[in-house]
Write a protein that binds this ligand. Structure first.
Ligand code: CA
Ligand code: CA
Ligand code: CA
Length: 184
């Protein structure tokens, strides 16, 4: 693990993935996550639904393949953080597991189809994915780097990459899922 900051961020992702809160990530949790994400898309939006649906099983397979105890079909917090760091954020895996989901998510949230997210479209993400929306306005302000009131595709991507890969405590992308201070 490179830094404490990354461990905190992965810890946050673990808590989010552990949808039933039993301290383990299992296939059921991952399926619940996939359901939450694909529900963001409108029913006739097959393209973005399937992009998100494909990403989660891939992510789950990465976790299972890298786990130490092959007899167990569940992943605990320390192991989750270890595998995120060692496997999931490797460029090839990150592209397929994470970026695919993110592209589908952006497409699904972009209801007016202008290729970027308004503040309103972005805030819907928090509601739909069960992230407490208390700091979403502040998050939007930080992620909108050029301050034009829209999150472009590249601003959104940059946020994802920084969230998962940056060890800089001041990286705007740390705000992707809201204030990190609110997590501790
Ligand atoms: Ca669980
Ligand atoms: Ca839009
Ligand atoms: Ca912008």
């Amino acid at each position: 693990m490179k830094t404490d900051l990354q461990a905190r961020k992965f810890n946050h992702v673990f808590k989010w993935f552990d949808q039933n809160g039993d301290g383990w990530v299992t296939q059921d949790d991952v399926e619940t996550m996939a359901g939450l994400f694909s529900a963001v898309a409108e029913e006739n939006d097959q393209k973005n639904r399937s992009a998100m649906k494909r990403g989660f099983p891939h992510w789950w397979t990465l976790l299972l393949d890298a786990r130490e105890d092959k007899a167990s079909e569940r992943i605990g917090k320390q192991e989750f953080i270890r595998i995120m760091d060692a496997v999931v954020i490797a460029p090839k895996n990150f592209e397929i597991a994470v970026v695919g989901i993110v592209d589908g998510l952006l497409g699904a949230l972009d209801r007016d189809g202008n290729g970027s997210l308004s503040r309103e479209e972005y805030v819907r993400m928090y509601e739909a994915l069960g992230i407490p929306p208390t700091t979403s306005g502040e998050a939007f302000r930080r992620l909108d780097r050029n301050g034009d009131g829209e999150l472009s595709h590249s601003e959104f991507h940059q946020a994802i990459v920084e969230y998962y890969l940056s060890s800089d405590p001041n990286a705007p992308g740390n705000w992707l899922l809201g204030s990190l201070d609110a997590l501790d």
